[in-house]
Design a binder for this molecule. Sequence first.
Ligand SMILES: Nc1nc2c(ncn2[C@@H]2O[C@H](COP(=O)(O)OP(=O)(O)OP(=O)(O)O)[C@@H](O)[C@H]2O)c(=O)[nH]1
Ligand SMILES: [Mg+2]
Ligand SMILES: [Zn+2]
Length: 357
Amino acid sequence: MSKFNLKELGLKDSTAREFESLYKDKYLGRVVCEQKNCYRVVTESGIINAKVSGKIMYDACSREDYPAVGDWVAVDRDEDLQGDAIIHGILKRYSKFSRKVAGVKNDEQIIAVNIDIAFITMSLNSNFNLRRLERYISTAWESGAKPVVVLTKADLCEDVEEKLSEVLDIAIGVDVLAVSSLTNEGIDKLKQYITKGKTAAFIGSSGVGKSTLINKLLGDERLKVGEVRQGDEKGKHTTTYRELILIPNGGVVIDTPGMRELHIMDISEGVENSFKDIEELALNCKFKNCTHNAEPGCAVKKAIQDGIISEDRYKNYIKLKKEAEFMAKKEKTKRMRDSKKVKVKKNNCKKGLEELV
Ligand SMILES: Nc1nc2c(ncn2[C@@H]2O[C@H](COP(=O)(O)OP(=O)(O)OP(=O)(O)O)[C@@H](O)[C@H]2O)c(=O)[nH]1
Ligand SMILES: [Mg+2]
Ligand SMILES: [Zn+2]
């Protein structure tokens, strides 16, 4: 008898079809948690421990080639009584929210995959920052998930309406909610997004109340919630790993550890989507290649002068565009390097075979 219904766990028809065509003698499961190369995977029969196959490890060029929380995977068993099950393949991802690892390396860190909604959480007190929000929204658009802004701790804010309108001005085409886990304001609205079969991830800085909100949705205190520092109200990084949680009578949510900074990968398309207002204005510039600096007939500069868009928003747009372009170049070089690596691996295999014959 099945314990879990995979559709309720977010399984889409396309993924189910892909699995059936590729893996005849395997079981389908979803990664709920990952800790030091050890995965917890939910299948129809229950939750099991699993590891990746040697082939996945051998073929992997980067982090992207390993399973992440939210992934659908093909496992060899649906029980782990005789030891960890083996993950033999990762099904195609329909969305991926990732960032660049902090520091000089350009490695990618995957925050969540196969999510329908990215709840961008920001508190209405000291964590409130429109420029940071633009960065998160751009990344969310790039991820393929629908961004929804969740402004938390409404009970601690005296000018909710004003802040809401500031956010609505910059979050073009994005739903924005103000919520409070203390007074329950906005919680019903939030619940409407998390319906059966949908997957939503809570993403944002530490201490904004992501785990508290998920506990609200669960109706119990399952997730650990932490204090915030006195003074700047920064969180203490209470959640330390990503986890996928089934909401009774609802969909699936992913809790994520609070981020210090969101370093971006190549999110060029996401930036274009987030800053549609500026992109559209730029079409009216006199010169096609206008850099919106000092050219005559610049529609963007005029909009700034007329107060239609703020100078800060414009500056952030330029900054994000440059960062994304830089990362695009880096990623291109890496892809070329990886394809060479794959070729070398293939040649080595061939050589190995030839020597055997
Ligand atoms: N006043 C008020 N406090 C809240 C609200 N939501 C959360 N808090 C408090 O904020 C603190 C941090 O909450 P968490 O849920 O741990 O925050 P988090 O975003 O999960 O933080 P990390 O796990 O560190 O990323 C806790 O002390 C909560 O009680 C709210 O709506 N109003
Ligand atoms: Mg947390
Ligand atoms: Zn211009």
